[in-house]
Ligand binder design. Sequence first.
Ligand code: DMJ
Length: 631
Amino acid sequence: MAKSALRRRRGTRKSSGSFLSNAGFLPALLGACVLIVIGLAGGILMGLMAFSGTKSDFSLRKPLEPILSLSRKNSVVSHTDERSTQGANAGSAAQVVDDGIINKEDFLNHEPIIGNQGAFPYHQQLVEQDHDFFSFKPQGGGRFDEYKHGNSPYSYSPGESDALARSRRYHIKKAMQHAWTGYETYAFGKDELKPKSMKGDNGWGGIGITLVDSLDTLWLMDMKDEFYRARDWVKNHLDHNIYKAVSVFETTIRSLGGLLSAYDWSGDEVFLDQALDLGSRLFKSFNTPTGIPTSQVNLATGQSKNIAWTGNSAITAEFGTLQLEFRMLARLSGILDYKEKSEHIYKLMNDMHPAHGLYPYFIRNQGNKPEFANNKLTFGAMSDSFYEYMLKIWLQGGRKEQFYRDMYDKSMQGMFDELLQVSSPSGLVYIADKNNGVLDTKMDHLVCFMGGLLALGAYTDPLGLHSERAQRDLKTAKAITYTCYQMYARMETGISPEYIQFFPGKDFQSGRGAPHYLLRPETVESFFILYHLTGDPIYREWGWEVFQAIERYCRTAAGYGSLKNVHLPDIEPEDKMESFYLAETLKYLYLLFDPETPVDLLHKHVFNTEAHPMRIFPIMDEEGVMDLLKQ
Ligand code: DMJ
């Protein structure tokens, strides 16, 4: 945007979005009347210019973003003041919103402020190609307070942050090149690169987990030479016939999902052949009396078992996160069983009718009927992606299988009723756990995927984006994502710990015993989805901050390593780089800054839980008959 236009928009910042209350309007109207009376043509022109200047502020607002109905009952009146936000990273003063929200009811009745606080004030200068990340210093969490309760306070025009985004995208791709080059040099074909000792590691059984998980990231970042070298390894060396019990869930989301997505983007049959081979081996885990697969399967023999530390139970997030992949496999192979048996799990779960649509994370799968094996509710570890797939199965099938959407909406209602919390004193919105009916006021970093999921659910809600339900979900998505951003911003390294705990009067503290960061993606995942759907440039600002912190504190000579303690800026990274760093974290960051992305979340693609995008497909024919295999 031209600088003069930006200055003009900043100059018109107001505390109310009402057209009539915009101070530019009345003077313009009065001026126009006077000038008409005295018949001065030049005066008329000036009046018109003043009027159109006011209008242009409204036309610059992004049309996708809904403005809530002003007639909603019990809305808390928001008021603003001109205090500047502490440490704001742009010269312009932000408006802190004191919306008086201290508990869940206040939050749920709160009507978000949308686009009426003037132009977006946080744009920074383009990033140079030789940018020095070592000088990055976290600025703390005392900024962007005006976003806390699901507000999108500033106006913006589509694409106004694109030039800046491209200058940042360059550095995300450089990061991928750095990580991939390290992997290719020291660990090609191994499961993981050890980023400090520069060695390969085959902890997953030797099925090239990092390579396969990275394929579509290489494709989307246009690293085609690297992609085809990896493809040749998949063709010539990848062998799933290994005598080892592997995790059905992890191997499905990382390897099977990676192969299917690589096939979907490139059309290269090598990936399909390997996916069909791997899928048939993993599918042996479904041979249980209940039909709920075991946690592990031996890829060579097909022997399957649950893991001992769960008390021999199956894990909800594991068996509930296989469906996108096996439905895709059914479609590509013509083997209907893949679809039916993976979907059957959801029917079984639905028939258990858990209170509030919330599922404990251990399920006994030995008898003829599944049973709940504990009473622990969470949207974090061990349950998370089960809720994610309720929505995404529905999206994958062209939004026609209402059963899944109903299940999702019921569970979200349960989450609102039972788990959603507001912290004190800051009023941060988060999703707590519940153990045997007692709230555990903590939130895993893993829960941060919920910002993106709720937003996706809102934008595709059959009741419409302007419905009360979708608006509730959208503002909650934004509020949780703000809390997740704070999980980074408030730490000494600018990087989030594994979980946070909330204490009355003290907001949150890093979770006792887990101050580490494993290079996890969930927060930047939500930044990407929220940016993609709303266009609000704030998510690019937060994403850039997170990326700089990762560059500063996690980069090693050959890749990136996890952090043992996010409170200690002088600590070295660990010798561990999970494949999801390349598959998810770097991919989501790249997509966040990629104005030219071919990814389309609303019309074309659905991401599996490991960030592998696949095309959606209508799953019923015109008559409404289920016909997965007809495509
Ligand atoms: C990934 O393997 C997947 O996103 C999974 O659903 C849970 N989290 C890890 C990364 O944190």
